[in-house]
Design a protein around this ligand. Structure first.
Ligand SMILES: Cc1cc2nc3c(=O)[nH]c(=O)nc-3n(C[C@H](O)[C@H](O)[C@H](O)COP(=O)(O)OP(=O)(O)OC[C@H]3O[C@@H](n4cnc5c(N)ncnc54)[C@H](O)[C@@H]3O)c2cc1C
Length: 382
């Protein structure tokens, strides 16, 4: 059984000693951070959200947020892989059958099982909660054919939480979620999606061709997938993605302020850039973005863990706010970092690219603002 405080401390050490030194290599070789994930598994971090009765740490959203922010500050690709794993693991914890939990959760705790989500489809794009694929029923049972896009850890994960409309669904929210193990017949990983940033997250499309579905694969009751997405997946993904954005922003802030503290011009009496008022102004703007987004995340966590009926508003808002704060911080950091930031040294260029993913990862910033706007105006979200 894990002690959460010790686990969080191990995560700090892991980020400093394992993730950060390898971040440029993971990015430039565009390779899946296997060693980082193995080390995170050995440190007990993959089992963070697994209940204590299964040997896990029994952590929740606040601990997840802290772990992911620290990881992202060191290596955002690794943090994204772990975020999608946490979304998958949380779904198994909440909705897996007792048999499935007995199979999967102890393996996650041992650090030997990585999960992920395979939700996105071209037919509904950034609106991931409306898959267009549908389970088919024939004489030999239920099957699923679908093409899932941009799946993080594709070909690397040990299981995939897959969404689809249930067989004969009367409306697009009658969904099922399934946990499909690696090696499921009919499940193929296509070529890599070469993203601008998060180059190590092994994002790829996966094809399901008449994949046979069995009762033990189903997560929750038949037709309850949409509710599970909203109640389990969304809070973990939104809060986790916000934490990843904040980790990238914190790293960029540190890199830029370190640069301006040490950079001096001979022609100007070797005074550091940090003595220039405009530089101070940009540093202040970065600090305000970072600190206000962090405070909003803390408030979201407080509401989400206290049963506040308004929590969903903030769960929707926090990913958008953190994504925008991160983009603003990284943009200013690029300015302050000058030519060195523009080149592939010091990591700022990598952080700039990594920062762009949050705005488009579903639900993207525009869609989240549409939801928030509707909620503010008393309109139904769907
Ligand atoms: C790094 C990365 C990792 C990912 N990992 C996973 C994963 O593990 N699993 C998974 O299932 N998916 C994953 N995705 C996919 C992701 O969640 C999105 O589904 C995907 O990025 C959406 O891309 P799209 O091209 O289909 O967007 P589109 O649907 O084409 O949308 C493009 C843009 O249109 C605008 N738009 C669309 N609808 C509206 C609206 N109603 N209101 C306002 N604006 C709107 C938005 O600006 C949106 O960004 C990942 C994506 C990335 C980039």
């Amino acid at each position: 059984m894990e002690n959460i405080a010790e686990l969080l401390e191990r995560n700090e050490i892991l980020a400093r000693e394992v993730l950060a030194p390898a971040a440029d290599e993971v990015d430039q070789s565009r390779s899946f951070p296997r060693k980082n994930i193995e080390a995170a598994g050995q440190a007990g971090l993959l089992g963070l959200l697994v209940p204590r009765e299964y040997g896990g740490a029994g952590g929740g959203l606040p601990e997840m947020a802290r772990v992911l922010e620290t990881m992202a500050e060191a290596c955002a690709s690794t943090a994204m892989v772990v975020l999608m794993h946490y979304c998958g693991a949380a779904t198994v914890v909440a909705k897996g059958s007792p048999t499935l939990k007995d199979q999967v959760l102890p393996e996650i705790v041992r650090g030997k099982h990585l999960s992920t989500l395979a939700f996105s489809e071209a037919g509904s794009g950034v609106h991931f909660y409306f898959p267009v694929s549908e389970v088919s029923q024939n004489g030999s049972g239920q099957h699923l054919s679908a093409r899932k896009s941009f799946v993080t850890s594709a070909g690397e994960a040990d299981s995939y939480v897959v969404s689809s409309r249930k067989a004969g669904a009367a409306n697009p929210t009658e969904l099922n979620l399934y946990l499909l193990p690696r090696g499921t017949p009919g499940f193929t990983v296509e070529g890599r999606f070469e993203g601008l940033g998060l180059a190590g997250n092994s994002s790829a499309a996966v094809t399901l061709d008449q994949v046979p579905l069995h009762d033990e694969h189903l997560l929750g009751a038949e037709g309850s997938g949409f509710q599970t997405m909203m109640e389990v997946v969304l809070p973990h993904f939104q809060i986790g993605a916000a934490s990843v954005s904040l980790g990238i922003a914190a790293a960029a802030f540190r890199a830029a302020t370190t640069h301006v503290g040490g950079r001096k011009y001979e022609h100007a009496g070797k005074v550091p850039l940090s003595a220039i008022p405009r530089v101070q102004f940009l540093a202040a703007e970065m600090a305000l973005e970072l600190r206000s987004a962090r405070a909003y995340l803390a408030e979201t966590l407080r509401r989400a863990t206290s049963g506040d009926p308004e929590a969903m508003l903030d769960v929707l808002g926090v990913k958008a706010r953190a994504a925008e704060a991160c983009a603003a911080v990284v943009s200013r950091a690029m300015t302050l970092g000058g030519g060195a930031a523009f080149g592939r040294r010091g990591g700022l260029e990598r952080m700039f690219r990594d920062a762009q993913a949050a705005a488009v990862m579903a639900p993207g910033t525009d869609v989240l603002k549409e939801f928030l706007g509707k909620a503010c105006l008393g309109l139904p979200l769907f």
